[in-house]
Design a protein. Structure first.
Length: 174
């Protein structure tokens, strides 16, 4: 059984839409077509038990999608049951990414080393910034912020849970 913390969010349900239980969803996946592939999902909402649901239909409605779950047929029920919740899937149900791109959950806890093999810490968090993601690397004593750009990132090996970086001397003043 997959724990709630291991599930991957593909959408955030922001509000109701219309009179039949439809909801407005902020898309948290790289491919909006994922909603065609995932009929069964789990909605996770603070203060409520995880709720398995089936997607009845959805359509693109910028910014995001308009979605209807089977069995949720009024805006009142949608507001109570799913609004302010996350639509999640199991890790093995996530879609394939383009080459050299990674899911945040794959990067978290990866060991970060420099080109000489010196350990700098583990990725504790990935900050999604407007221009580029930033890896928050912690070693227990310090925190290093590394922009996720080719200049700094030499190699990413998800299977080995390891990132090799370069050019941090100026950032670290070492």
């Amino acid at each position: 059984m997959i724990s709630p913390e291991q599930r991957i969010a593909i959408g955030y349900i922001s509000r109701t839409k219309g009179v039949r239980g439809d909801v407005k969803v902020e898309v948290l996946t790289h491919d909006v077509g994922r909603f065609d592939e995932v009929g069964e999902v789990v909605v996770q909402k603070d203060g409520f038990a995880d709720r398995p649901l089936r997607i009845e239909h959805w359509r693109l409605e910028q910014p995001g999608v308009r979605l209807k779950f089977v069995g949720i047929d009024s805006p009142e029920e949608a507001r109570e049951v799913v609004v302010k919740g996350y639509i999640t899937v199991a890790p093995d149900e996530v879609g394939d990414l383009p080459a050299d791109t990674y899911y945040i959950f794959e990067l978290e806890n990866c060991l970060v080393v420099d080109e000489q093999g010196n350990e700098l810490g583990h990725i504790a968090e990935v900050l999604q910034m407007p221009s580029t993601d930033v890896y928050v690397v912690k070693d227990g004593q310090r925190e290093i912020l590394i922009p996720a750009v080719e200049y700094f990132i030499v190699d990413v090996d998800i299977a080995q849970q390891r990132l090799v970086v370069r050019g941090l001397e100026e950032l670290l003043k070492i």
